[in-house]
Write a protein that binds this ligand. Structure first.
Ligand code: MSP
Length: 649
């Protein structure tokens, strides 16, 4: 079986993950999932970088032993990555024994090769970067990245003969044009290499937090020298020769542009010195900003990835990160843009398409579609072309191109439905085959798009596959990434995958005589219990069955507008959004509520009540409220409002 070993940078644990660090992990996860989809045995490595001075400082400030602090942070990082559906196979910490073994082994090999010598380092050190700095790296005496003044240090250090590897590195770059991607990073690093390399410090004196140098345990290994080795120690360097043989060299290191130099210059030079193979590729992605600003705690521009995922869903966030940023370049996040993309790409486009096609299949073909003698329409070619573009993009790690290719199928399918107008075909008995075929084609195009989206939106794509009547298990690009016309599919019409949000409710996605998307299957929220009643309840005289209760369709709705009903002291006219539609209803709560206090509230309505006219207004539903016998009304509402349209039961 073909193998693929990819890694991300390992994160400093002095602060929690943010959307910038999450961006890297999600993009790497998309690549890992893509490789699995292509049938590779994949090893996806992530981890934490713990031997930093900032980590030590943070632990001390928190009154914790550094290792206990790192244990705590490991849980935090793992929780975040799991939440974002990041499917790493291995997670390494630089305090683990296997890593210590790898560092000791590699340091020893480099030392034995005569590439380490001792001396004295005198110069600047930025603790934020954990890097030795030259005058020319500073702006106005401060580190431009961390905006802090570096420390002046003078200490005994061991040096690595990096300068010796200038020529071998230049040769390597020339022989392997893809070694460093994208081209902008490659050019930058080539200029640096051509300018010559200086030897670098690989140890720190007088520190206890780190891995002791094997040939001088009074010093610890410099944190970057230590950290880079994680990629090799995770696959057995210095411990498990068979594992190392199986997985090394890595196929690609996915890292940010700020640390590309460490990965494309220092790391390969270390490996060359140790006569070990260098990684096949380094990919230096760009930076995520928030509203155009660097993510920083002090600027208040840190975005919590869990908060972002919880706002619209994990998959909408992943799609945003992948589709909105061309991988390799910088990208920006704003809550407005995130909401907008959700509405455009998911609620109005893909989600709506799935709802329409499954609803039409249900209405016109009792949910079952199949290919007919009419033969496939032009969607088949669009689909095949998109798959080819997708593969080309994804193979080159241009994951945004992969996302774009999948969405070309979705756009084309929407266009196809508008052009074939199944609701018109349904009126013409002579067009029966054409209708069946059109619905099959649309379902097949959705299936194909969902296969391509599996690495980007894993759980939604699986759900879409289920709804278009195919199994989401064991999907492989070679067999499933083609137009398939293999028989009958049973489509499932269920609730919206991505309910519309308030600002986007205006469009009606369905043609006038097409059916509305069906019931919403979200788990029922529990309405918070009201305080114990003042007086005991009267014994119930008649009990109803659960079936009777289930006849009443209670749904979550949001009040968009409220006004007094003229000439009535009791009634308010409410305009509400139920996720799939907006409605007007009349409620007898004017005695308790000023209309404007209700706007924006999430309430529960009886959704399937027959319309009734009250003071000349047609009321389409009823708002649930506690109504004491002695008057007043307390509208039932939520502590954590669920999605609009969710059924209450
Ligand atoms: N510990 C080092 C890496 C050692 S790898 C042997 C480190 N850690 S970090 O926590 O500062 O960054 C981890 C990764 O996140 C790096 O690849 C870094 O470039 C990336 N990012 C940090 N902030 C980012 C953004 N705002 N946007 C995109 N990636 C960002 O560096």
């Amino acid at each position: 079986m073909k193998r693929f070993f990819l890694t991300t940078a390992i994160d400093y644990v002095n602060s929690r993950p943010h959307l910038g660090t999450a961006y890297e992990k999600v993009c790497a996860d998309v690549i890992a999932r893509y490789k699995r989809l292509c049938g590779f045995e994949t090893r996806f490595l992530m981890g934490n970088d713990e031997h930093s001075q900032n980590v030590f400082k943070k632990a001390t400030e928190s009154g914790l032993d550094p290792l206990a602090y790192c244990d705590q942070m490991e849980r935090e990082f793992r929780r975040t990555w799991r939440h974002l559906d990041v499917s790493f196979d291995d997670f390494i910490r630089t305090t683990e024994p296997r890593h210590k073994a790898g560092v000791t082994d590699l340091a020893r090999r480099i030392y034995d090769a005569g590439d380490i010598y001792d001396g004295v380092y005198e110069g600047w050190y930025c603790v934020g970067c954990e890097a030795f700095k030259q005058e020319k790296d500073l702006v106005g005496g401060t580190c431009p990245m961390h905006l802090t003044a570096p420390q002046w240090i003078k200490e005994k250090n061991y040096f690595f003969r990096l300068s010796k590897y200038q020529r071998p590195l230049l040769d390597h770059f020339a022989a392997h044009p893809d070694f460093l991607q994208p081209a902008v990073r490659r050019n930058e690093i080539l200029r640096l290499l051509e300018g010559g390399l200086e030897d670098i410090s690989v140890s720190r004196a007088g520190q206890s937090w780190g891995i002791p140098l094997p040939f001088d345990p009074s010093s610890v290994v410099y944190v970057w020298f230590d950290a880079l080795i994680n990629y090799a120690s995770a696959v057995g360097l210095g411990g498990d020769a068979a594992l190392f043989e199986r997985w090394w060299p890595a196929d690609v290191h996915i890292v940010g542009k700020d640390i590309t130099r460490f990965h494309a210059v220092i790391w390969p030079a270390m490996l060359m010195s140790a006569t070990l193979p260098v990684p096949r590729q380094v990919f230096g992605h760009g930076f995520m900003t928030m509203n155009g600003q660097r993510m920083s705690k002090t600027l208040g521009t840190i975005v919590d990835p869990i908060e972002a995922a919880d706002r619209l869903g994990v998959d909408p966030l992943r799609l945003y990160l992948v589709k909105e940023v061309s991988f390799g370049g910088d990208g920006d996040f704003s809550w407005e843009r995130y909401d907008e993309r959700y509405t455009v790409d998911l609620a109005n486009n893909l989600g709506n398409l799935v709802s329409r096609v499954t609803a039409m299949a249900e209405r016109y073909r009792v949910g079952v579609v199949r290919p007919t003698a009419a033969g496939p329409g032009r969607l088949a070619q669009v689909g095949e072309q998109a798959v080819a573009d997708y593969r080309r993009g994804m193979d080159a790690l241009m994951i945004h191109e992969g996302a774009a290719a999948a969405f070309r199928i979705i756009d084309a399918t929407n266009g196809f439905i508008a052009a074939t107008a199944p609701w018109k075909l349904a009126k013409d008995p002579a067009a029966a085959d054409r209708l069946t075929q059109a619905l099959f084609d649309a379902a097949e195009a959705i299936r194909l798009a969902a296969v391509l989206l599996l690495p980007i939106m894993p759980s939604s794509s699986r759900e879409i596959l289920r709804r278009v009547g195919v199994s989401p298990d064991g999907v492989q690009l070679d067999q499933d990434g083609r137009w398939r016309a293999d028989g009958e599919r049973r489509l499932r019409q269920e609730g919206p995958l991505w309910p519309r949000r308030e600002s986007t409710m205006s469009e009606n996605p369905l043609p006038p005589d097409a059916p509305a998307p069906g019931a919403i299957p979200a788990p029922a929220p529990i309405v918070p219990a009201s305080p114990a009643p003042a007086a005991p309840l009267a014994p119930s005289t008649e009990r109803i069955s659960i079936d009777d209760f289930m006849k009443v369709e209670l749904r979550v709705a949001k009040v968009l507008a409220a006004e007094k009903v003229p000439k009535s002291t009791r009634l308010l006219k409410l305009h509400v959004d139920v996720g799939t539609e907006q409605r007007t209803l009349v409620a007898g709560i004017a005695g308790t509520y000023e209309p404007e206090t209700l706007v924006g509230r999430t309430v529960v309505i009886v959704f399937n009540l027959k319309p009734a006219k009250l003071m000349g207004i047609e009321s389409n539903g009823m708002v649930l409220a506690a109504s004491p016998d002695d008057g007043g009304a307390e509208v039932v509402t939520f502590l954590n409002p669920p999605a609009l349209g969710t059924r209450v039961r």
